[in-house]
Write a protein that binds this ligand. Structure first.
Ligand code: OAD
Ligand code: ZN
Length: 238
């Protein structure tokens, strides 16, 4: 069966790396972006909500809509899929996890080698002087109706350190590319693979497993495609 086939590929692989997307966290209660009916982008346009254009030109708007989405992810807890990946890393079965998610759930589950290619919701920084602040500082200021929140040092506007549409990719992405190039198996879990440049990673690896509830544009390239929930699929492979 497909689970055995996936397990065999993983066993045979010298170095395996995982790429996750929002679909691994839906079982933790965080909505993904593109699932029909429940995805965040059903009712919102990412270019209008989580973009540098809106942050720079309409910062109040950014903080009223986009920031709320980011903030709401912070209380979630990892699910079985996150825990199995952490265990696989501990046992040396996978090298680590490249994630498009900003929910911190891989780290919460104990994963150590995590490449956050879309940033995180632990920190923020000043658009003017670059000073780093914790995400809590942003939240406190927003709760006190200081919208947009401003830097205590220079009064510049503060931003969360997540990658917005219009932002360059962070250094973690260069590191991730390097790790994928030196791997012989990539396991994609819970990503529609609709967003560039992350979705070129499946192109630069020899073997590919895709675990996703729905079809992706890379299914034709994969050695194994498992169209199941992430936790169920990983439990069976494990
Ligand atoms: P998407 O919402 O595009 O894709 C999530 C995929 O996970 C969908 O194809 C679902 O079918 C699938 N899925 C949902 N629940 C699942 C489950 N329990 N098990 C398995 N699969 C499941 O999310 P991403 O691919 O992560 O970028 O989106 C990529 C980027 O687009 C995000 O990082 C974000 C967004 O705009 C930025 O904000 C920069
Ligand atoms: Zn500043």
């Amino acid at each position: 069966n497909l689970f055995e086939e996936a397990a065999r590929l993983i066993k045979q692989s010298r170095k395996t790396i995982v790429l996750t997307g929002a679909g691994i966290s839906t079982e933790s209660g965080i909505p993904d972006f593109r699932s029909p009916g429940t995805g965040l982008w059903e009712n919102l346009d990412p270019m209008e909500v989580l973009s540098t254009r809106v942050l720079y030109n309409f910062p109040e708007e950014f903080y009223k809509v986009g920031f709320k989405i980011l903030s709401s992810m912070r209380n979630a807890e990892p699910n079985e899929a996150h825990y199995i990946l952490s265990e696989m890393e501990k046992e040396g079965i996978i090298f680590g996890v490249i994630t498009q998610n900003i929910d911190n759930l891989h780290q919460k589950a104990g994963s150590k080698n995590v490449f956050e290619v879309h940033g995180n919701t632990r920190e923020g920084s000043c658009l003017h002087c670059g000073k780093k602040v914790s995400f809590e500082v942003l939240e406190e200021k927003v709760n006190k109706k200081q919208i947009p929140p401003r830097c205590d040092d220079c009064n510049g506007i503060l931003r969360p350190d997540v990658v917005l549409f219009g932002d360059p990719m962070p250094y973690a992405f260069d590191l991730a590319i390097k790790e994928v190039k030196s791997s012989d198996l990539l396991i994609v879990i819970g990503s529609s693979l609709a967003v560039s440049p992350v979705n070129f990673l499946p192109d630069i690896v020899r073997h590919l497993i895709i675990i996703n509830a729905t079809e992706t544009p890379y299914d034709y390239k994969a050695d194994v495609v498992i169209r199941e929930k992430a936790s169920y699929a990983l439990r069976n492979i494990w």
